[in-house]
Design a binder for this molecule. Structure first.
Ligand SMILES: [Zn+2]
Length: 71
């Protein structure tokens, strides 16, 4: 059985690339017994979907944002 640390590492990696079937199975064996990892996986899944749906939301603010205050 995976440790919580391993589950969070794999769940993070799953945002960037698909996991192997064996890894997904091992995570799914851990989650029913661990509220913390279930919560983490749900949070990171939401974050991943959000950044994919709104890629512009994570880009930095425009640099000329303060220039209108001077004039
Ligand atoms: Zn856990």
């Amino acid at each position: 059985m995976l440790t919580c640390h391993e589950v969070t590492q794999l769940a993070s990696r799953a945002c960037d690339m698909p996991l192997r079937l064996k890894q997904r199975l091992r995570i799914s064996l851990h989650l029913p017994f661990c509220k913390g990892c279930r919560h983490f996986k749900r949070q990171i899944g939401m974050l991943s979907r959000w950044t994919k749906n709104f890629p512009n939301a994570v880009s930095p603010l425009p640099t000329d944002i303060g220039s209108s205050e001077k004039s």
